[in-house]
Design a protein around this ligand. Structure first.
Ligand code: FAD
Ligand code: NDP
Length: 425
């Protein structure tokens, strides 16, 4: 049998790649990881982690305002964008180091550089010391995704979520295009931090795949917090003017903004990867096509995470990595092989207030079951009887009437993500 330089070559040191590499190395496999940028990938560097840190920062503004109702005098508050950015950068650098230690501690060989497939068993990595060609019994592609900005006049003036964490100046007037996870979360965060936020969504609702009640409720709450949410609206053109970016919406409305953020979805990182050279097939959305065991059209090459899945979430990338390592190397001693169940993936959206949800939406349940009972409660949290905030909470249970089984749980309110996580388990 041909001897390879390593048992497993992982392209991409993000959530899924690092988890797969570490677990495989712990089982005794000889593993190499190539990462072109910072270890930890999207989630650690420009995704979940910095987003949640900024969301915490934004919640302080609410806390200061509400404190007066409980007898506190807080005095004049001042937000320093530079200090928040520096604190975030320090923490992310620490996490990059933690990821590196985890990999090196497990015996993984790390290569810093862009990796390209040469054939079914060979990867070339462009490192600072020159190109390296490495052969591997198995290759995992875990290269994640990149923001997608549609063609629009003035596209060169817009930014994506990748830039938002480190903007040189705090955007006092921010216009956000999109109604998905990132658009809604960043609208809440920057509104909380003091920006005047306009959010432009092309359809009649935000968060399209969510329960319709949740979408309507969170839109109402975001508006109460001060986000100017414009539904059924699109951007016609963006022009640079002396006083900022002039954004003309369909219908003629004009908004001047310091920053225009496009949060209109992400597409798989497959460019420059050499998929054609190796014969790896993609679908019409450029996602790498995989079977139930994450195997691509080339038997020795696998793909996981955002580059191949429609559910672009960190726990999904992690779950796929663990299932794939069990499949390739066998499960850990005394454990059954892990498999991913995509049926009921819980999810949280860190809007203000948060959304937490698991299971079917009401619409989905009505399609699947003959009789559906809805238990819905909307209320003002006790805290807000004194805080002065008008924020309300929504809880909704979707129940299959025949079996009396809960098939969907949806919440919009403080800490909804954490609360629903308990039920999801
Ligand atoms: P990634 O983590 O993106 O890692 C891919 C890595 O591959 C990158 O480091 C990249 O540099 C590297 N790479 C790419 N091509 C090459 C190459 N040719 N050679 C070498 N290296 C390469 N998910 C949640 O579950 N919860 C959240 O709260 C959440 N918040 C988010 C907020 C934002 C703003 C964004 C953008 C995403 C968020 N996500 C969240 C989604 C989550 O970040 C992704 O689903 C997750 O990071 C996907 O992991 P991955 O391993 O597939 O890819
Ligand atoms: P989403 O798919 O969530 O939302 C994209 C939004 O952009 C939708 O509102 C969509 O409208 C709109 N849109 C798409 N194309 C266009 C266009 N050409 N013109 C105008 N609007 C357009 O993508 P995001 O970029 O927000 O996030 C990417 C992924 O990252 C998410 O799907 C999620 O998996 C992950 N993520 C997870 C988070 C979490 O777990 N908390 C947080 C952030 C990201 P329409 O509704 O009409 O389709």
């Amino acid at each position: 049998m041909k001897d390879f330089d390593c048992d497993l070559f992982v392209i991409g040191g993000g959530s899924g790649g690092v988890r797969a590499a570490r677990m495989a190395a712990q089982r005794g496999a000889r593993v190499v990881v190539a990462e072109a940028a910072a270890l930890g990938g999207t989630c650690v560097n420009v995704g979940c982690i910095p987003k949640k840190l900024y969301s915490y920062a934004a919640h302080y503004a609410e806390a200061f305002e509400e404190a007066a109702g409980f007898g506190w005098t807080v005095g004049e508050t001042h937000f320093d964008w530079g200090r928040l950015k520096a604190a975030r950068a320090k923490e992310i650098t620490r996490l990059n180091g933690v990821y590196e230690q985890l990999l090196r501690g497990a015996g993984v060989h790390l290569l810093q550089g862009w990796a390209t497939l040469c054939d079914a068993h060979t990867v070339q990595v462009r490192t600072a010391d020159g190109d390296q060609r490495i052969t591997a019994r198995h290759i995992i592609i875990a290269t994640g995704g990149t923001p997608l900005v549609p063609a629009v006049s003035g596209r060169e003036h817009v930014v994506t979520s990748d830039h938002m964490f480190d903007l040189p100046e705090f955007p006092k007037r921010l216009l956000i295009v999109g109604g998905g996870y990132i658009a809604c979360e960043f609208a809440s965060i920057f509104n909380g931090l003091g920006a005047q936020v306009t959010q432009v969504q092309r359809t009649a609702r935000v968060l399209g795949g969510f329960d319709a009640d949740v979408s309507a409720f969170v839109a109402q709450e975001m508006r109460k917090h001060g986000v100017d949410l414009k539904l059924n609206a699109t951007v016609a053109a963006i022009e640079k003017r002396a006083d900022g970016l002039l954004v003309t919406l369909s219908g003629g409305t004009q908004v001047v903004a310091d920053t225009v953020l496009y949060a209109t979805g992400r597409y798989p990182n497959v460019e420059g990867l050499g998929l054609d050279a190796a014969g790896v097939a993609c679908d019409a959305r450029h996602s790498i096509v995989v079977d139930a065991h994450y195997r691509t059209s080339v038997p020795s090459i696998y793909a996981l995470g955002d580059v191949s899945t429609q559910k672009q979430l960190t726990p999904v990338a992690l779950g796929e990595a663990m299932a794939l390592v069990d499949h390739l190397l066998g499960p850990a001693a005394g454990k059954a092989a892990r498999q991913m169940d995509y049926a009921l993936i819980p999810t949280a959206v860190f809007t203000h207030p948060n959304i937490g949800t698991v299971g079917l939406t009401e619409e989905e349940a009505r399609r699947q079951f003959k009789d559906v009972t809805i238990y819905r409660s909307e209320f003002k949290a006790l805290r807000h009887t004194l805080s002065g905030s008008q924020e309300r909470t929504l809880m909704k249970l979707v129940v299959d009437a025949a079996s009396d089984r809960v098939v969907g749980l949806h919440m919009v309110g403080a800490d909804a993500g954490e609360i629903v996580q308990g039920f999801a388990v």
